[in-house]
Design a protein around this ligand. Sequence first.
Ligand code: SF4
Length: 105
Amino acid sequence: MTLDLFSDIENEQSENRKKKIGQADIQYVQSASILTEAKGFMEAYDYTLNPYSGCSFGCNYCYAAFFARSSDERENWGNWLKVKENALQLLIKWRKKHSLTKQST
Ligand code: SF4
């Protein structure tokens, strides 16, 4: 029921979506996950959350470009941005799953 509400909102929003920000093209993608268990220097936290990938700036000193998934994305860093359009649904799903887990233990 809740997810149906979001699909109505998404349909309405998709007509007014921005296609560009600065020089960067914006893509709206369905993601499989939204939270990543925090490790290394982030281990003080439980998870990191990345609702977007890419960047519209493309700073010369940026190290984030090296984490892009393809050579094309690395070479064009600063010219693309991917919005995980199902981010909220993924968080709701995760929350429901983990609420049930916590209640049963
Ligand atoms: S992610 Fe990289 S290119 Fe984008 S603003 Fe930060 S440092 Fe600059």
